[in-house]
Design a protein around this ligand. Structure first.
Ligand code: NDP
Ligand code: GDR
Length: 372
């Protein structure tokens, strides 16, 4: 039975990857951080009681900033594959906490690779690094492929640039089977609530049910190449199953604006929106409402406004991936379209919003978190 160790197992990708590897028959180990509240909501459904014989899922307390802890976990688990998905993964937050982001995202990657080397596991343990389209930043070529020059535009992207190159270096210097997956944005109903797609599907669902009144957004013109996380974790695994370690771009090859994603999400709720105004005065007005999903919304309501608070000091305006290499060598074909994904995300967020609205209607105090 193969053993995998996943950092970032409590995150979006970690949870889908854990599911995927368990289905493949792996013994799955994950590193979770100590938190003052439970932080395992995304993986509770795959949790296996360690007291039960033959449990194939195990969590270890740890942190990418803690070298000795990483060495001990690696020594204990002796994994065949390490997936380094753990990161301070929010670009905007990285401007607020640049040093911490570098410690976790850049040096954390070094710590793991060094642990593999210190323990003499270079020849038996394969390593996946969660690299990112943010490396392209101020894009030098469109669409972006494996050979496109990098130009990172945030402390997050600069930290990930270090992680990218240290992964390449340990592959070349010590012969570790190590790969960078340069993944473009991928989303799902498990996406963190403060990333743009989930902020939109959750915010509009709450507005539809009368739990919030307006969604405040940043740059509506940003263009992204969005795919589904469930599709993308499959590729993370496949990269580690090849004969030779290589780096791959994973993307859909299609891009859309943030504004377009808002229109799709609204449409799923039966709301037709019209954008009006320009720049920081741009806002979305409800033109019509059909169906049962949005009883709290009326034509003429302003449900989206721009708030410059969400602009970034340096923005990545456009990203579009060219997944030709992955298509050719890994047989990559994304199965879920961005519109299908948007519909799935709205359906999930609407379910939750309806529950909260029902509780409220029965006199319970319901406060939905809107800080983002
Ligand atoms: P999430 O933000 O959903 O998950 C990040 C995970 O990292 C969480 O489990 C988090 O733990 C953990 N983590 C954060 N800080 C530390 C730390 N100091 N030590 C150990 N673990 C830590 O990210 P995604 O699942 O979306 O992304 C997975 C990886 O892929 C990340 O590295 C991200 O940068 C990268 N990536 C993501 C893309 C995307 O579009 N989703 C695209 C390209 C790359 P906790 O739950 O406790 O916060
Ligand atoms: P990104 O994702 O920065 O690409 O990083 P995010 O969803 O945060 O932003 C995408 C684009 O939308 C614009 N935007 C807003 N973003 C947020 N979060 N909130 C807003 O209100 C808002 N309004 C507009 C942003 O400016 C940006 O242009 C994600 C993360 O998962 C990284 O870890 C990963 O490496 C990259 O994707 C690929």
């Amino acid at each position: 039975m193969k053993k995998a160790l996943i950092t970032g197992i409590t995150g979006q990708d970690g949870s889908y990857l854990a599911e995927f590897l368990l289905e493949k028959g792996y013994e799955v180990h994950g590193i979770k951080r100590r938190a003052s509240l439970f932080n395992t909501q995304r993986i509770d459904h795959v949790y296996q009681d360690p007291h039960v014989e033959h449990a194939r899922f195990r969590l270890h307390y740890g942190d990418l900033t803690d070298t000795s802890n990483l060495v001990r976990i690696l020594q204990e688990v002796q994994p065949d594959e390490v997936y380094n998905l753990g990161a301070q993964s929010h670009v905007a937050v990285s401007f607020e906490s640049p040093e911490y982001t570098a410690d976790v995202d850049a040096i954390g990657t070094l710590r793991l690779l060094e642990a593999i080397r210190i323990l003499g596991m270079e020849k038996r343990t394969r390593f996946y690094q969660a690299s990112t389209s943010e490396l392209y930043g101020l894009v030098q070529e469109t669409p972006q492929k494996e050979t496109t020059p990098f130009y990172p535009r945030s402390p997050y992207a600069v930290a990930k640039l270090y992680a990218y190159w240290i992964t390449v270096n340990y592959r070349e210097a010590y012969g570790i089977y190590a790969c960078n997956g340069i993944l473009f944005n991928h989303e799902s109903p498990r996406r963190g609530e403060t990333f743009v797609t989930r902020k939109i599907t959750r915010g509009l669902s709450n507005i539809a049910q009368g739990l919030e009144s307006c969604l405040y957004m940043g740059n509506l013109d940003a263009l992204r190449d969005w795919g589904h996380a469930r599709d993308y974790v499959h590729m993370q695994w496949l990269m580690l199953q090849q004969e030779q370690p290589e780096d791959f771009v994973i993307a859909t090859g299609v891009q859309h604006s943030v504004r377009q994603f808002i229109l799709w999400a609204a449409q799923e709720l039966g709301i037709v929106l019209q954008f009006q105004g320009l720049g920081v005065d741009e806002h979305a007005v409800v033109a019509s409402v059909t169906g049962e999903a949005a009883p709290a919304v009326r034509p003429g309501d302003v449900v989206v406004r721009v708030d410059p608070r969400y602009f970034r000091p340096t923005e990545v305006e456009t990203l579009l991936g060219d997944p030709a290499k992955a298509r050719e060598k890994l047989g990559w074909v994304p199965e879920i379209s961005v519109q299908e994904m948007c519909a799935e995300m709205v359906a999930e967020d609407l379910k939750t919003a309806r529950c909260h609205a029902l509780l409220k209607a029965h006199g319970h105090d319901v406060v939905v978190s809107v800080e983002s």
